[in-house]
Ligand binder design. Structure first.
Ligand code: ZN
Length: 194
């Protein structure tokens, strides 16, 4: 995880979606699943409540950093209500204790089901392969994240599992919400550990 997040150490590696040069055109040769990944644009998908929920996720990330964990926070909202809050806890929970996994488990416990079709996940860093897989399995309607992760991101940076054409569920994705605030936290965390 530490290695995989090294991409966020450099300001050059943190990009908001509007600055991404590669554009994906459905139906073009690039849309074949074997083609290189593309960070799909979502310029009109941001909603008014997104900043508020992402700010809460960033607060959770800050709390994780205070505990010595990589600062990533996640919030899950269903029908306008926050049903789960979690932060990275890999120091105590091991490699699978990512904020998204912990938030998904809490949301499933709250709702009494593993299917979260009406839920939106807010997370401060682009999900990794494990978390993106769990998001697809839980059938989340929407994922909103802050910073891109060049080294491990599976929402368009390395591959796009959240919107893979051959999987049987695709989430709506909004990227770049409070991206710089999340990136600053991550950079400060890794800088302090050197
Ligand atoms: Zn993850």
């Amino acid at each position: 995880m530490r290695t995989s997040l090294s991409g966020v150490l450099s300001a050059n590696h943190i990009r908001l979606e509007h600055s991404v040069a590669r554009i994906y055109y459905p139906g073009s040769p690039r849309s074949r699943c074997t083609d290189p990944p593309a960070r799909l644009p979502s310029p009109h998908s941001m909603r008014p409540e997104d900043v508020e929920h992402m700010r809460e996720a960033i607060g959770l990330a800050e709390a994780a950093a205070a505990e010595g964990d990589v600062p990533v926070g996640a919030v899950i909202v269903c029908d306008g209500t926050v049903i789960a809050r979690a932060a990275n806890a890999m120091r105590s929970g091991g490699a699978i204790a990512h904020a998204e996994m912990r938030a998904l488990a809490a949301a499933s416990a709250t709702l009494g089901t593993g299917r979260l079709e009406r839920a939106t996940l807010y997370v401060t860093l682009e999900p990794c392969a494990m978390c993106a897989g769990a998001i697809v399995l839980a059938r989340l309607r929407r994922v909103v994240f802050a910073a891109w992760d060049d080294k491990a991101g599976m929402a368009g940076s390395i591959e796009d599992l959240l919107r893979h054409p051959r999987l049987n569920h695709r989430a709506e994705v909004t990227a770049g919400v409070l991206a710089e605030e999340s990136a600053v936290l991550l950079r400060a965390f890794f800088r302090d550990r050197r």
